[in-house]
Design a protein around this ligand. Sequence first.
Ligand code: BGC
Length: 723
Amino acid sequence: MATDPVEERARQVEAQMTDEERIGLTRGYVTMPLLSSEPPAEARTGAGFVPGVPRLNVPPLWETDATMGVTWLDGARGSGATQLPSAIAQGATWNADLLEEGGRMIGAEAHAKGFNVLLAGGINLMREVRNGRTFEYLGEDPLHSGLLGGAAIRGIQSNNIISTIKHFAINPQETGRQIMDARISDANIRESDLLAFEIAMEIGNPGAVMCAYNATNGPLSCNSKYLLTDVLRDDWGYKGFVMSDWGAVESLDFAMAGLDQQSGAEFDEGLFLGEPLLEAAQQDEAWSARLGEMARRVLYAIYDHGLDTNLPVETAVDAAANEEIALQVAREGIVLLSNPNGILPLGPDVESIAVIGGHADAGTMVGGGSSRVFGDEGPSITEPGLRAEHATYASFTDPAFNRSAPLAALREMAPDAKIDFRDGRYASEAAQLASRADIAIVFADQFMTEGFDAPDLSLPDFQDALIAAVAAANPNTIVVLQTGGPVTMPWKDDVAAIVEAWYPGARGGEAIAEVLLGRTNPSGHLPITFPADIDQTPRPVLDGQGDITPSFFGKGAPGQKISVDYDIEGSDVGYRWFAKQGATPLFPFGHGLSYTEFEYGDLAIEGAENGSLSARFTIKNVGDRAGADVAQVYLVSVDGETRQRLVGFAKRELAPGASAEVRVTFDPRVLSEWNGNGWTAEAGSYAFALGQDASDTDRQVAVSYAGIELDEGGNRVGTKASQ
Ligand code: BGC
């Protein structure tokens, strides 16, 4: 096999290092303004720091979070950054090119703020609908998350910086995140969460993988030989390095399982990949060899992404240009959930609008935790004290809003309408205002943060009652949601329209106003299923809830452990679970309305060069407005047995009357099942549907497929049978 020049270079440089220098690359300092620890002088306020080796021209690693941009850290860095909409909003765009552009932008900002590692690439699937971090991830489907996540990572890394992909590999709930064991079979995890990582890594080539806090089938994920060595190295041939999450390491042994770097070591009980590793390496050949390998992997990522060629130094960023990208992501990520009588978009004849609740006068909601980004001026509002018992991390976990106010944007874009605002604290007052206006718009939100799950799927703070009161007072009530994940909507049939805006980022207020007024034709589609009821989900009761005292790190009481059975749904996450159960969700995966209409030409399924299959069809805009459609192709059954999987999708922007020819080739892994050593799609009759969401499966075509065999790395080893 030809040698990889990057690997060769890493080998040559590592060979010149002392053990002390090697150790330098395996331990990360915390650089957040949270602890009293003192990182080395060259460290920069961010998330972490790993010293370089100046003698050999090896640069330090200056690390910052995260998937939505360069984090705010309570203003401790002295400047803000451009806030992309939440990752789930990015997922709702179904637009890989746009995610790549967003990634390029936040990567450039990270570099311009002095960082060369961005702790981005959150890609875990939404297995748990109450998960506090759903807003940091892209959705519930491995193909969708893999394609979009890979594009975002590629964009970030186009700036001579490393992006992580995280949290390897299954990290579905925050409740007890450090004492939770995710139980799942090899086949089930390979076909779901691991597949999302695998696809994203093939596209994005992240320099680092961050292992998760929780355990996977026994050992903690950062101590899982199965994940970090068998899958990542042996099956996938990954060459970068594995860093731990902050405070996820418990002993030196983690290194033998495949962990290359102990990040945020001050959050751990001890610095294991420091002095103890050095001692082990000096006494034992196996440890010495392992230390060399760890250092080489860090060097590999540094050279592979040219970190040594372009050191990050503080330079000015064009905030206005970057905010335009955030605005475009918000426009494409907002999902029009319901609009039965076409009340939206609001026309020029609307004379009066009552805007209610959600701090719409101040800004749009921002998720909490390590990923929190604000512009230079910080939040407009922070709701105090909600997590008073976790005061150390309050600035991370209190509900907060940016400065992009929907109210101001509506007033600016509809100057002739009389627009009044009430904060919604009193339903009677809100209803009174609504009863006197042509249109009422209620802004409702669900704050979510790392470290905590939602206890249930309701909107908090009695907002359901507020919406019901306003809807009773005015039939033209529109609800704009800003949520981290799915919520239930007991008032769904009583309101005239529902818009899901997620946490829409730096210019979210404008994006919302544009959608409401029709300046933007919505094109977002749900990347997750919204259940009608928690009882429809695989785990109506959240494991650990009530038993574990909520806390940021989710460590529970001494000795406390829980395990969660993810084989209940197995690889049938989200819409696949609903299809198997024959359950009807509130809104299906893939759902999203437009102000125009699209029609599909006949679906043709054909063979593809990769031994897989492909779909060909046309999309036509048959309405009277320009708009973008997200056409989705699902496998629905094999030999008559339900097996629903998203196998391809295409987003197309079309002028009225225009049509587009689309061809999508299916990744053979999504047609297949994991067989223990690779992938097998059995020969059989495969039925596919072309639709606008996961429940829109009437346009079906069945073909006889010869099947395929792939090895553990996804390479073709043959067809199963002759056609
Ligand atoms: C999070 C990671 C993050 C790290 C560093 C942890 O709490 O789980 O996603 O990158 O902190 O801030």
